[in-house]
Design a protein around this ligand. Structure first.
Ligand code: NAD
Length: 499
C-alpha cells in the first residue's frame, strides 16, 4: 500500500497547499512505496510561525518540567525503536539491526540532554567590587532549524533537537526527502511525551524548503549535516542572513595500517567500517592506507571476509548489507569502479557480481568492492564515493601515510592500526582530522563529547551535541549587579525575625 507523508506543524499533521511532491522508494525492490509533500515558502513560514509562537512559553518552562518531558521522550523512542528501525530500513535500505543502532546512538544525545539543568548553570562571582556581584546566564536563541541528510534519518536529527529543545529553543526540522517517515514518527512521540505544540515541527522538501528556512528572519540558527557543496552553501547563506550556523559536510576517511598492526583486527575493521550500511556513513572508511610490508597479507584477509558477507534486503535477517539509497546513487558509486580501472587501479573485488539474497531484479544493489593500487590523483580517491567501495593505497610507512591524510581536503574521521603506543600518540597529535580512532575504525564521539570534522568536513566553529551543542544553542548574558543597602526592612532585620 502506498503511503503519503506530510509535514508536522504545531503538534499535528499539516498538508498545506504545496503542489510539489517527491517519491519515496523501497531501495531493495526499486519500487515507489509512497510520496512525500514538499514544502514551499508558505509551509516553511507556517512551521516557523508555529515555532515562534511556542517559543516564549517553552523558554519560560522550568528546567524540571523540560527534563521530565525529555525523560518521557527518551522512554517512548526506546520503546518504539524496533518500529522506527523498520521504517528507516524500508526507505533507506540499511539492515534493520543497523537502523536500530542509529536510533540507539541518537537516543544517547537525548539522554545527555536530560542533564540540561547541570549544563545550563552559569558562573557567579561574589563581590567583584565592594557590594557588586557578577554572573552569567545561558539563554536560548529562539527558533532554530535543522537540515539533515538521508543516511541517518533518526540519529543525525537527534544530534541536534534534543539539545536545542532542552536549552529552551523551538525547532524546525527539514529531514531528507529520501527517507522522511522517521522524522514524523519522532514528532508524534514528542507530542505523546507532552512537548507543547509548536516546539518541534517538521517540514519536508528540497532546496525550496531549505532556502525558505535560510531566508526566514525568525530562524536564529541553522544546523546542517550533508555533503560538502551544500554545507558550504548553507554556511555562506545562513551567515549572510545573520544566523548562527554549523554545517557538517562530507568525508574521505583514511584507515592507516602500520606493519606491526594486528592484521585480523584491521581486516575486520576495514570490512565493517567500509561496507557497513553499504558505506553510506560519513564516518565510513573509504581509503585503506597500508604499509607495503603488510599490504598483500591485509588484502587477502579482507577478501576472505568479504566473500562471506551476505547482501540482501534490509528486513531480511540474513543480510549483513542492504542496497544503496537510490538507483542514481548506485550508478554513480559503481562508475568509480570503471574510472578507477581506467586510471590504473586494480579491481580486486568487484561488487557488481556479488550475489544478492532473494529477488534482486530491480533493487539498487552494489556489493562490497575494492580497488587496489589507488593513487591520490584518481577520481575514486579525490571524490567522496559514499558507497561500499574501499580504495587501497600502498605507502612505505608512517610518514607517507600521515602526509596523505593531511593533504586530503576532508578531515572528518581517521583511524590508525598499530601495536606501537608511541606511533599512536604521535598520530593523534599530528593528524589534521577532527575525530581520531586508535585501533577503532569508526571513532564516533559519545554524546557527551562533540561530533565534527576539520577542513572541508565542517563549516562553522561548533561541533554537534555535547557541550559544544549546548554552546551553539544558547547565548550568554553577563549580569553585573549591585543592591545598595537602603537600611533595609525593619521586619527582616529584627533579631530573631520569623522565629
Ligand atoms: P545532501 O547534501 O545531498 O543533502 C543534505 C540535506 O540538504 C537534505 O536535507 C537535502 O534535502 C538538502 N539539500 C540537497 N540539495 C540542496 C540544495 N541544492 N540546496 C539546499 N538544500 C539542499 O546530502 P545527502 O546525500 O542527503 O547525505 C550524504 C552526505 O552527507 C555525504 O556527503 C555525507 O558525508 C554527509 N554526511 C556528513 C555527516 C557529518 O557528520 N559530517 C554525517 C552524515 C552525512
Amino acid at each position: 500500500m502506498s503511503k503519503h507523508v506530510t509535514h508536522w506543524i504545531a503538534g499535528k499533521p499539516f498538508t498545506g497547499t504545496a503542489a510539489r511532491r517527491g517519491d519515496i522508494h523501497n531501495p531493495a525492490t526499486g519500487q515507489v512505496s509512497g510520496t512525500v509533500d514538499f514544502a514551499g515558502p508558505d509551509e516553511a513560514a507556517a512551521a516557523v510561525a508555529a515555532a515562534r509562537a511556542a517559543f516564549p512559553g517553552w523558554r519560560d518552562t522550568s528546567l524540571s518540567k523540560r527534563t521530565s518531558i525529555l525523560f518521557r521522550f527518551r522512554e517512548l523512542v526506546h520503546a518504539h525503536s524496533g518500529e522506527l528501525a523498520r521504517l528507516i530500513s524500508a526507505e533507506h535500505g540499511k539492515v534493520v539491526s543497523d537502523a536500530a543502532g542509529e536510533v540507539a546512538r541518537g537516543l544517547e544525545v537525548a539522554e545527555f540532554a536530560c542533564g540540561i539543568p547541570h549544563l545550563l548553570k552559569g558562573g557567579f562571582s561574589e563581590n567583584v567590587s565592594t557590594g557588586v556581584d557578577a554572573y552569567s546566564i545561558l539563554q536560548p536563541l529562539g527558533v532554530v532549524a535543522g537540515i539533515t541528510p538521508f543516511n541517518f534519518p533518526a540519529m543525525v536529527p537527534m544530534w541536534m533537537f534534543p539539545v536545542a529543545i532542552a536549552c529552551g529553543n523551538t525547532f524546525v526540522l527539514k529531514p531528507s526527502e529520501k527517507d522522511p517517515s522517521a522524522a514524523v514518527r519522532i514528532a508524534e512521540l514528542w507530542s505523546e511525551a507532552g512537548l507543547p505544540d509548536g516546539v518541534f515541527n517538521v517540514v519536508h522538501g528540497d532546496k525550496e524548503a531549505v532556502d525558505a528556512l535560510l531566508e526566514a528572519p525568525d530562524v536564529k540558527a541553522v544546523s546542517f549535516v550533508g555533503s560538502t557543496p551544500i554545507a558550504r552553501y548553507i554556511y555562506e547563506n545562513a551567515a549572510r542572513a545573520g544566523k548562527r550556523v554549523q554545517a557538517l559536510g562530507g568525508a574521505k576517511n583514511h584507515m592507516l595500517v602500520l606493519p606491526d598492526a594486528d592484521l585480523d583486527l584491521a581486516a575486520d575493521a576495514a570490512v565493517s567500517a567500509g561496507f557497513g550500511s553499504a558505506g553510506e556513513r560519513c564516518m565510513a572508511i573509504s581509503a585503506v592506507v597500508a604499509a607495503d610490508a603488510i599490504a598483500d597479507d591485509l588484502l587477502d584477509r579482507i577478501k576472505d571476509r568479504v566473500a562471506g558477507l551476505r547482501v540482501g534486503a534490509g528486513d531480511d535477517d540474513r543480510s549483513d548489507m542492504g542496497p544503496l539509497v537510490t538507483r542514481a546513487h548506485r550508478d554513480k558509486v559503481a562508475s568509480y569502479l570503471e574510472s578507477g580501472v581506467r586510471e590504473g587501479a586494480t579491481l580486486a573485488i568487484d561488487g557488481r557480481v556479488h550475489p544478492v539474497l532473494g529477488d534482486a531484479a530491480e533493487g539498487f544493489w552494489l556489493g562490497p568492492s575494492l580497488l587496489d593500487h589507488v593513487t591520490p590523483e584518481m577520481a575514486c580517491y579525490r571524490d567522496e564515493i559514499f558507497g561500499p567501495v574501499l580504495s587501497v593505497l600502498r605507502v612505505p610507512g608512517y610518514d607517507a601515510a600521515l602526509e596523505l591524510v593531511n593533504a586530503n581536503p576532508y578531515g572528518n574521521g581517521t583511524a590508525l592500526f598499530t601495536r606501537d603506543g608511541a606511533a599512536a600518540r604521535r598520530f593523534q597529535n599530528e593528524v589534521e582530522v577532527g575525530m581520531v580512532g586508535i585501533n577503532v575504525p569508526i571513532p564516533v564521539p559519545m554524546a557527551y563529547y562533540s561530533f565534527g570534522g576539520w577542513k572541508q568536513s565542517l563549516f562553522g566553529d561548533s561541533h554537534a551535541h555535547g557541550t559544544e551543542g549546548v554552546h551553539f544553542y544558547t547565548r550568554t548574558k553577563a549580569v553585573t549587579s549591585r543592591w545598595p543597602d537602603t537600611g533595609g526592612d525593619a521586619v527582616d532585620r529584627r533579631a530573631g525575625a520569623g522565629a
